[in-house]
Design a protein around this ligand. Structure first.
Ligand code: ZN
Length: 424
């Protein structure tokens, strides 16, 4: 059982995969992107990476490296280990943080994606007999395509929810007896709200498990509680990236995210010094996507590694409280570091708040922020005052909270963008 291997056996298992990956990169023609990146750091041949120490001396990679490579070598860049005709799927990132990054997969790496999602869905207690609904527009964004494949690989019934609005999606879930829902945390809340508006009580549907990706939401206790209450189901968090794969998932103990170390190498580094740290930036390597691998990749996610073993018995590394925040999303307000996820954790304690937005603007040389909220069925001014007080107590900052008109703030099917920058 891979998930309970002891550390030494796990490292051996990983090292065999690293070896095979390096062989593929240094074969002819091999992978020009990684060979060039490493050559700049003095790693010139396969034999130069002969130990874990050598591996950890490979330079870290960033999204910017990949984006620049694609801009220089359109449309797919040079991170291709095989000739183009070996690739069977093309996807791209959601583009929430700039130019979308295109990504190609081979038959083998697409199967690998499904394999990784099996861990996610099985960790949430799903299996054959479950009917898993994906309210997702099946377009270029990889998002839940891979989850859909994972449900199929697990032996569950995978139900596509593309090409439909929220009302039609609820009707399909009802008609087909969906037992699980896989979407972003925001969209699960939005579907529940749509249900209230159109007379479908989502808590009465047979959905028993929800699995969430794309935003940190399901790892935020107040957001999780709200989803679980709306759907009367257990909500599970999951982490993945287009360029990396589906790497993190929750178990029944729900004590943070496990990293699937049978398919990924997990390092946590101090973002300033690059030294290993208990809390810092998550740096990942995938071990099953040889056609377009990503190695020692700085994810931009801040995480904290748990010391104690998990009650579930898995030995895979555990990230306490999941993804703590995106390093590039972090706001500095009057000298205080504020992750938008921390604001959301407080906002979501207020049941009357349907949707919210964080407006950031420049005041002199500094950033300032205010919170806009849509409130239903309550005294809006009172909710704003109470939320402002909760934010002050929770963050140590006085942030103005203002009412927005009903249905004026955007809703999101994919990654929610709740932080907007405005001119003053
Ligand atoms: Zn566990």
């Amino acid at each position: 059982m891979l998930e309970t291997l002891d550390h030494a056996r796990l490292r051996e298992y990983q090292w065999r995969k690293v070896g095979a990956l390096l062989d593929a990169i240094y074969e002819t023609p091999g992978n020009a992107f990684w060979r060039a990146a490493w050559a700049r750091a003095g790693v010139l041949a396969r034999g130069d990476v002969a130990s874990w120490d050598d591996f950890q001396r490979l330079p870290c990679s960033t999204k910017r490296d990949l984006v620049e490579d694609q801009a220089t070598h359109p449309p797919f860049g040079t991170n291709l280990t095989y000739p183009l005709e070996r690739y069977v799927r093309v996807h791209q990132t959601s583009g929430t943080t700039g130019v979308p990054l295109r990504w190609l997969d081979t038959q083998a790496s697409w199967e690998w994606w499904a394999h990784c999602w099996r861990f996610v869905l099985a960790g949430a207690g799903l299996g054959p007999g479950d009917r898993v609904y994906f309210p997702f527009s099946f377009g270029l964004f990889i998002g839940f395509w891979a989850g859909f494949e994972g449900a199929r690989a697990l032996g569950a019934l995978a139900i596509p929810g593309g090409g439909a609005d929220s009302v039609a999606r609820l009707a399909a879930m009802q008609a087909l007896g969906a037992t699980a829902l896989v979407c972003t945390p925001s969209y699960a809340l939005h579907l529940a709200q749509t249900g209230r508006e159109c007379g479908v009580d989502v808590s009465a549907l047979p959905v028993r498990v929800t699995v969430h990706a794309g935003e940190p939401g399901a790892g935020i206790p107040a957001v999780r509680a709200r989803i679980e209450e709306s759907w009367s189901a257990r909500a599970f968090d999951h982490a993945g990236m287009t360029e990396m794969g589906a790497y993190g998932y929750e178990c029944a103990a729900q004590a943070g995210l496990h990293v699937n170390e049978s398919e990924f190498i997990c390092e946590v580094l101090d973002p300033a010094t690059g030294a290993p740290a208990r809390e810092g930036e998550l740096v990942l390597t995938n071990l099953g996507r040889f056609g377009s691998p990503v190695i020692r990749y700085r994810t931009g996610d801040r995480v904290r590694v748990a010391d104690a073993p998990c009650a579930c018995g898995r030995t895979f590394q555990r990230l306490e409280d999941g993804i703590l925040g995106r390093l590039d999303d972090m706001l500095i307000l009057r000298g205080v570091n504020v992750f938008p996820s921390a604001v959301e954790g407080i906002v979501r304690r207020f049941g009357a708040v349907e949707e919210f937005q964080i407006e950031v603007f420049r005041a002199g040389e500094l950033d300032e922020a205010r919170i806009l909220v849509e409130v239903t069925d309550s005294d809006g001014a009172a909710v704003c005052a109470a939320l402002q007080e909760a934010l002050r107590a929770g963050l140590g900052l006085r942030l103005p909270v203002m009412l927005a008109a009903p249905r004026s703030l955007p809703r999101f099917e994919l990654k929610a963008r709740r932080v907007v920058r405005r001119p003053k």
